[in-house]
Design a protein around this ligand. Structure first.
Ligand code: SER
Length: 598
């Protein structure tokens, strides 16, 4: 059965069960500044899961284009891809666990013909806040019983292995789903819930290591193909409350379901990839099986780039455009390893043809890929030569130079280093990056405004931004998290999670908090430590480079993980004032603030 048939069958199956079939939303989220790309089927539906009425009713389904940048390093394990399609169905306060689990099992086994004895399921073990999901376990027991399969329930698979179990309890890491992950990471107001997953046993037992294999093991024998989230909770200030409605949010990766249906253990062998892989074999004259990682990176990255470009994004140094640039450049590096001399643009028509059934409008201007290749080709060889000149590990300055002068995205430098057994000072690289960003912001500012000494002004506003975040959290609550910031010499712009307009009083309280800290002439202290220690001391922020982080603290006022730079004492800041506030996107507020009389 081909993937296009699986997609059709899924939509028909749920349509027959009175679900409205929605088109895939864009890969570029609308009204949602929290992510650059749509990374799950539920993302465009958040307002409806929270209770807003959906125009198409309470039962919905679709196949959603998704892109997960965070999986970029996993490519090469034959299961992960950055671009994928998610088959999804939703109950917005309509049916719940019983229907959901019975239907998805029926779909997989009866419509797609998967052998039930190859399917294993997992449920939420519960924690201090949310109870154990016994209900789902009971439903699974019934389902397996009807198939004549003994369904032993196991509660310690991570430690003791399969133990001939069929249904497994796991904790929050595995069986809790929200956009931000485990409960402790969820901001106030975010919906989430326990989930129940279905795993397919590929039968390919490659397990190594001391701990026994279990369904969530990394060895690859079991692959998660379906995730039913019972989205009935909302994070509050100090715990959870029930949402007004009990929702089901189901997602299953089309690539992985196809793998199972086609009896494979590798998504790159399914019909969703096989033609691209063949084309790479043709271009390189080499064999996929002997060059798995290079082939998978090229196939994955060109597919993702094709889909993103088709939505109007071109390679650049900004946001989504930078992602396209990284995808093309990283694919080029691997193409070079395979000895490919031609442009990779010839892969795009193959990809477009593979998807024409479901995405008849998918098309791109191939010269966009070619132009990016030309750009990087001018520096790639020279950059690699430069890299080879470096003796020993790669310092932050050297990594930044490879980025700045030769256009090397950091992962290329890291991979080159890895191949040579060298290390890259990631933190140093990031610091260089930040330093440069500040300088270039400041100099463009100075060009515009004719200001002297602008980088110092920027630094002052940066420190003020830390104090302001602390003030916002104090006045509005700890759900406030930084969502973005942009600091020039003239003003700071700051986005943060909060769903209501700030009252005049709240604005005043935040300003007072900052101005008090300024009046007290507090020293700004910086310490280096592990991320864990930083979190232990209550530092906010997540400056995720390297294993050490820098924590900037201002006594009794602010404590934040950050790359700097900052002023040494708050006394130099002058008077802090919020000059504007607006809504940036759903659940995100934006304020602008300045420093006077510094
Ligand atoms: N939102 C869940 C996921 O992404 C199920 O759709 O896995």
């Amino acid at each position: 059965m081909k993937s296009s048939e699986i997609r059709k069958k899924f939509l028909n199956f749920y349509n027959k069960k009175n679900h409205a079939v929605l088109p895939s939303a864009s890969l570029l989220p609308e009204n949602d500044a929290s992510t650059l790309f749509t990374s799950s089927g539920m993302q465009p539906l958040v307002p409806y899961l929270l209770g807003e009425k959906h125009p198409s009713g309470r039962r919905l389904c679709n196949s959603q284009k998704c892109f997960r940048a965070e999986d970029i390093d996993e490519i090469g394990d034959s299961r992960h891809t950055t671009f994928f399609e998610m088959l999804g169905n939703w109950s917005l306060g309509d049916y719940f666990k019983k229907e959901q689990l019975n239907w998805i099992f029926e779909f997989l086994t009866k419509e797609l013909g998967l052998d039930p004895s190859r399917l294993y399921t997992t449920c939420f073990r519960g924690n201090e806040e949310i109870e154990k999901d016994k209900e789902s376990v009971e439903i699974w027991q019934e389902i397996f019983k009807k198939e004549g399969i003994e369904a032993k329930v196991v509660d310690s698979a991570e430690k003791e292995g399969l133990q001939k179990g069929r249904i497994f309890y796991y904790g929050v890491e595995e069986n809790w789903w929200s956009r931000s992950g485990v409960p402790s990471k969820m901001p106030e107001g975010e919906p989430g819930g326990p989930d129940s997953e279905i795993f397919y046993d590929t039968g390919n037992d490659k397990h190594k290591g001391n701990l026994p294999c279990h369904v969530n093991c990394d060895c690859g024998r079991f692959i998660e193909i379906a995730n039913s989230v019972f989205m009935e909770f909302k994070k509050t200030k100090d715990g959870f409350e029930k949402l007004e409605q009990k929702n089901v949010d189901f997602g299953g990766g089309l690539e992985r379901i196809t793998l199972a249906v086609q009896g494979l253990d590798n998504v790159f062998e399914t019909d969703l990839f096989v033609n691209v892989i063949k084309k790479i074999e043709e271009l390189s004259g080499k064999n996929y099986q002997d060059n798995v990682k290079a082939f998978e990176v090229i196939a994955d990255h060109l597919k993702a780039a094709t889909f993103i470009i088709s939505e109007g994004i071109e390679p650049s140094n900004l946001q989504q455009g930078y992602m396209v640039r990284r995808l093309i450049r990283r694919a080029m590096r691997y193409a070079r390893l395979l000895g490919i001399k031609e442009s990779l643009k010839s892969l795009a028509p193959v990809i477009i043809k593979d998807y024409q059934d479901s995405y008849p409008n998918l098309k791109i201007d191939l010269s966009i890929i070619e132009k990016e290749e030309e750009k990087f080709n001018q520096t790639l060889e020279r950059g690699i030569k430069e890299f080879e000149k470096i003796s020993g590990d790669i310092s932050g300055v050297q990594a930044f130079n490879l980025y700045q002068s030769y256009g090397f995205p950091i992962e290329i430098t890291q991979e080159l280093a890895q191949e040579k057994g060298k290390k890259v000072d990631l933190k140093g690289y990031q610091q260089e990056f930040e330093k440069h960003k500040k300088v270039s912001q400041a100099s463009s500012q100075s060009f515009r405004g004719g200001l002297a000494d602008t980088s110092e002004k920027t630094t002052k506003l940066h420190t003020a931004a830390h104090l302001m975040l602390a003030g916002l959290r104090k006045v509005l609550g700890t759900h406030v998290e930084q969502k973005g910031s942009n600091i020039t010499a003239e003003r700071l712009r700051f986005d943060f999670s909060h769903s209501k307009k700030l009252t005049d009083q709240e604005v005043e309280k935040v300003e007072n908090f900052v101005n008090q800290a300024i009046k007290k002439s507090l020293p700004v202290e910086v310490q280096e430590m592990s991320l864990k220690d930083a979190q232990k001391m209550g530092a906010v922020g997540s400056f995720k480079y390297g294993d050490k982080v820098k924590v900037y603290s201002i006594k009794n006022a602010s404590c934040e993980i950050c790359g700097g730079p900052h002023v040494e004492n708050t006394s130099v800041l002058g008077e802090f004032k919020i000059i504007k506030q607006e809504s940036s996107s759903a659940g995100v507020r934006r304020v602008k603030a300045i420093l006077k009389n510094e």
